[in-house]
Write a protein that binds this ligand. Structure first.
Ligand code: CP
Length: 306
């Protein structure tokens, strides 16, 4: 039985296969419409979500399966003090696969150690968000035709943004990747990722504060919101929250073939006037998230469709 805790749980070859499957699903939706008939997905969300929960549910429904679950700790027995390990033992009796989001780093890992069904980490604290990474990889590969030889700008809250941490871990395995880390000093990428992931893999990167300075050299600009829920005090969040606002003027500095991605939700960091720019790819990214989660469910359940 396989789980998905980190993007590194799949080798590069396995990832290629998964992305190929997602692209086949995109092109042949009908072929997969009953692939999970009789199967159930449980979504165990201890933290708010729109895309991750609903896209897992849409993915299972598109595959002909059904869904059950809870969308907040308050509406589950976690509010009465039930442990993650007892919850997953229980849910293993109801479902064939589950996706779990939790505010505590490592909670999905605890779940998979006590589970008899595959567990998908749907985001754990400031740690990892592997299904967002699969979404990002599929989006980049679909739009640019490759995952290697690229300059990726990561902008915003690089300290708490788990989507950025997961994406860096996944991309360092490809040839010719270079990062531009765009953040205020207080929200720099954590040292353990700079040293243990970037330096160890000899990945070139530079750190800049001004978005304008980075724009002309980028193939992909990955914007992120400042993670309000991870700040210890409101004052710091208010000071940081509008540090970056991507608007039409800044987009003029970017190459014609640069794409803007964002895991969403956005707050103010991308002005709505950018949405009509053909390089704004964040809502296409949402759609790719459904195809890749369909491919993931099939892979973890070891279901093959021919
Ligand atoms: N991208 C993402 O994780 O969005 P949600 O918080 O809405 O699930």
């Amino acid at each position: 039985m396989r789980h998905l805790m980190s993007p590194l749980d799949f080798s590069v070859e396995e990832l290629e296969k998964l992305l190929d499957l997602a692209q086949d699903i995109e092109a042949n939706r009908e072929k997969y419409a009953h692939a999970c008939a009789g199967k159930k997905l449980a979504t165990l969300f201890y933290e708010p979500s729109t895309r991750t929960r609903l896209s897992h549910e849409a993915a299972m429904l598109n595959l002909g399966g059904s869904v059950l679950g809870f969308s907040s700790a308050d509406s589950s027995s976690a509010s009465k003090g039930e442990s993650v390990s007892d919850t997953i033992r229980t849910v293993s009796c109801y479902a064939d696969i589950c996706a779990m989001r939790h505010p505590k780093e490592g909670a999905p890992m605890v779940a998979c150690q006590h589970s008899s069904i595959p567990v998908i980490n749907a985001g754990d604290g400031g740690h990892q968000h592997p299904t967002q990474t699969l979404t990002d990889l599929l989006t980049i590969r679909s739009l640019k035709g490759r995952l290697n030889n690229m300059t990726i700008g990561l902008c915003g809250d690089l300290k708490f943004g788990r989507t950025v941490h997961s994406l860096i871990n996944a991309l360092v395995r490809y040839e010719g990747i270079r990062f531009v880390l765009i953040s205020p000093e207080e929200l720099r990428l954590p040292e353990y990722i700079r040293h243990d992931v970037l330096d160890k893999n000899q990945i070139p990167y530079e750190e800049v504060v001004r978005l304008e300075d980075a724009m002309p050299s980028l193939d992909i600009l990955y914007m992120t919101r400042v993670q309000k829920e991870r700040f210890f005090n409101e004052e710091d969040y208010v000071r940081m929250k509008d540090f970056y606002i991507l608007d039409k003027e800044k987009m003029k500095l970017a190459p014609e073939d640069m794409y803007v991605l964002h895991p969403l939700p956005r707050v103010n960091e991308i002005s709505v006037e950018v949405d009509s720019d053909p390089r704004a790819a964040y809502f296409r990214q949402v759609q790719y998230g459904v195809y890749v989660r369909m491919a993931l469910i099939l892979t973890l359940l070891d279901i093959h469709v021919d």
